[in-house]
Ligand binder design. Structure first.
Ligand code: HEM
Length: 402
């Protein structure tokens, strides 16, 4: 029987119970050991195959037999009610071609040279945010003042969006990820597209060194991408980049505050920051949401028969703690040499913003504890609350003192 045909009420249902803010729900690890490809119900009650081992997540995440679109979108099984990422995306017939074109157009905008030129501007942003933060009465909210602002500022800088509009963009981006209020998500998306449309005109008139200009110039040279595709690409970058980065900025800081030995290592040798960033990405339980795919054909995978249209839920967080791949996987260890985590995906769909995430977190963690050596959590950990209504998770606030 395929996942889509199942009516069995005994099958596990996501989300699984979490034992603490810093842990992944233990059920994930149990399944990884005993039932690595298992039928589950998604948070909205639809059937899916949950995949938890590193080897399988890595294979299936870039398997060409899987895609993000569905042949019957209104009746496709959904992961959540969220407008973005909750269900199928893209056109079934043209998904592969569309996806390839999008990557070809976007990847050059994240070149090593662009990242090098952004680094001093990111450093300036981090310095300014921290200077302002230090002036605030204590305790102050790291989430509100730093984690919510840094990615929005950095991604806006990359895109070429003016300073004054950045907070608004952050609000739209958070709105699009809302899992319970669909109207809010749709309105946020439409308003953001309208805003980007105006911006395309502006960049045509006044080109600069930014991603929207790159896309406009590409259009002038080759006729592709048309304006509506530019709107889609830019909103995708905002949506894919903002909220994910906010969550990891919160959790990265929290991980250091909860692991003084690792913080001491970083303070003694800021050169460890790049490895620390990989470990934050591997270990932070920022969200337990899965990466979703739909089968584009019937096939068998390790004895499980998958049918065309079935939903497959890949858990990078559980794969990231697979003892078959990571030594002492439940330990936050910023000195790890090998860290092939799945947080930024792999292969065909590897996160396009990965170089930017790395520079941004690297600059932040090379700077944060040097500027605020007394930084500490200002409330007991069990008073922190996760953002359950946002697909990318994260914290509602992170009160700290210094
Ligand atoms: C810590 C922050 C981030 C995390 C954890 C993250 C994670 C991911 C993951 C897991 C995927 C693959 C999704 C899938 O296969 O369905 C992805 C794709 C993508 N990410 Fe990120 N991302 C982050 C930041 C960013 C940033 C800052 C940007 C851009 C400004 C960005 C742009 C993209 C784009 C455009 C894709 C689509 C790639 C494709 O479809 O081939 N991401 N990201």
């Amino acid at each position: 029987m395929s996942a889509a045909e199942s009516t069995d009420e005994s099958i596990p249902r996501l989300p699984f119970d979490q034992s603490g803010l810093m842990e992944l729900p233990p059920r994930f690890a149990e399944l990884r050991e005993n039932d690595p490809i298992v039928k589950v119900l998604t948070p909205v009650g639809d059937p899916a195959w949950l995949v938890t081992r590193h080897e399988d997540v890595k294979k299936l995440i870039s398997d060409a037999r899987l895609g993000r679109s569905h042949f019957d979108p209104p009746n496709a099984p959904r992961y959540s009610a969220a407008v973005i990422l909750g269900g199928p995306r893209g056109e079934y017939e043209t998904e592969v071609v569309d996806h390839t074109k999008a990557r070809q157009v976007l990847i050059p905008s994240f070149s090593a040279q662009r990242m090098r030129s952004l680094r001093p501007r990111i450093q300036r942003t981090v310095d300014e945010l921290l200077s302002r933060f230090q002036e605030l009465p204590q305790p102050a909210d790291f989430h509100q003042e730093i984690a919510k602002r840094l990615p929005v500022f950095v991604i806006s800088e990359l895109l070429g969006i003016p300073f004054a509009d950045r907070e608004q963009l952050g609000t739209w981006s958070q709105g699009t990820f809302h899992t319970s209020d669909q109207q809010l998500a749709v309105t946020a998306m439409l308003e953001m597209r309208e805003y980007i449309a105006k911006f395309i005109e502006l960049k045509r008139a006044e080109p600069a060194d930014d991603v929207i200009t790159d896309l406009v110039l590409k259009q002038q040279e080759t006729g592709f991408p048309p304006d509506d595709a530019i709107q889609t690409y830019v909103s995708t970058l905002i949506i894919a980049g903002f909220e994910t980065s906010v969550s990891f900025t919160d959790y990265g800081t929290l991980l250091f505050l909860r692991n003084p030995d690792q913080r001491a290592l970083l303070e003694a040798d800021p050169g460890l920051a790049p490895r620390a960033v990989e470990e934050i990405l591997r270990f932070a339980p920022a969200s337990d949401a899965c990466i979703t795919r739909y089968a584009r054909t019937d096939f068998e995978y390790k004895g499980t028969r998958i049918s065309e249209g079935d939903l497959i839920a890949l858990s990078p967080q559980t794969a990231n703690r697979d003892p078959r791949v990571f030594r002492e996987p439940e330990r936050f260890d910023i000195t790890r040499n090998e860290n092939p985590h799945m947080t930024l995906a792999y292969g065909l769909h590897y996160c396009i913003g990965a170089p930017l995430v790395r520079v941004m977190l690297d600059v932040l963690y090379q700077t944060l504890f040097a500027r605020l050596p007394g930084l500490r959590l200002a409330v007991p950990i069990d008073e922190l609350v996760s953002r359950n209504n946002v697909l990318t998770g994260g914290l509602t606030s992170l009160p700290v003192a210094w």
